[in-house]
Design a protein around this ligand. Sequence first.
Ligand SMILES: Nc1ncnc2c1ncn2[C@@H]1O[C@H](COP(=O)(O)OP(=O)(O)OP(=O)(O)O)[C@@H](O)[C@H]1O
Length: 363
Amino acid sequence: MPDRAAVIAALDAVIDPRSGQGLMAAGLVQGLVVADDRAGFALEVPAGDTALYAPVRDAAEAALKAIPGMARVSVVLTAEAVATPPRRRTAGLSPQAVDQGRAKAPVPTDRPAHVRRVLAVASGKGGVGKSTVSVNLACALAARGLRVGLLDADVYGPSAPTMLGISGKPAYEDGAMVPHEAWGLKAMSVGLLMKADDAMIWRGPMASQAITQMLTQTRWGTEDEPLDVLVVDLPPGTGDVQLTLIQKTPLDGAVIVSTPQEVALADARRAKTLFDRVNVPTLGLIENMSGDVFGRGGAEAEAARLGVDFLGDLPLDAALREGADAGVPVVAGDPDGDIAGRFSGLAEALSKKLDLQGFQTQL
Ligand SMILES: Nc1ncnc2c1ncn2[C@@H]1O[C@H](COP(=O)(O)OP(=O)(O)OP(=O)(O)O)[C@@H](O)[C@H]1O
């Protein structure tokens, strides 16, 4: 199996045309993932230099494929501006003024400090792409100039570490956890905290307590730089763990992800009922893996039946899976592509529903 050292050496043999250094030494390699016979990373280059670096990306891909035992390589070219959007504010009403003008929902005791909105991403069943949607939606919201966090609360299969290419326990500062930063997001995942032995605790009655701690004891924002929106990737399903969690979490709204098949849609219906029980507005339904294999349009019809908005569909597309496996969300890796365009539409619709426009920076 290829090891990380071989991958790093191969990348350093490819020369950055700007600095004359190897790609690793030049600091252009972001989110490098080496797993079994696969490797992937983002080549992060100055905005406007993507054409200059396209041949470099090809050379890096060829260099990695030439390593014995390497079966799959994914190198995506990103412009710096996408990963770290500028933080200028729009003129007009200050975000605080906009905030003060809003009708306030009752504030639960465990609302995280310096977080303006909390959005849950839910699904009635596992495997429908809830985590893929959460991660890419968070990136699309960040691309709109919002300060965005992602809390991966999926105790059954935390996937944010892989999907974002992050690892290692978070640091503690003044009693609070410092979230990882990746692709312009602040990110925390139960996967970064739990050991295999702890799985029973995380999935049992303590799960919601542990997640509440991650929610409230993470430094998502500061008084000067509050987080605009925190996307929470909930565990799939509609059982007790999910109910307790959404009862304890101060959610401003939820989106439900479903594939178009009837069995998945029946579960989506149950998820909507769960949110209704705790008075969390369901902001809409997203159809994922739409296309020839699973059919199309089921979620749109279901949304109409449930009286919730249909927010859009996402095709079954290998790029979404490959990006997730390589730790490079498609929205960040290919910001001009069709998938990114669709997520951008979802982010726009949800920004309106969550009243986030006042916080948006000018890009
Ligand atoms: N639109 C898509 N096209 C192709 N592959 C997809 C798409 N959406 C998700 N996938 C892939 O499907 C698998 C399941 O996705 P994901 O982990 O996001 O689902 P999930 O609903 O969060 O599952 P669970 O909650 O069980 O962890 C992953 O391998 C993912 O890369």
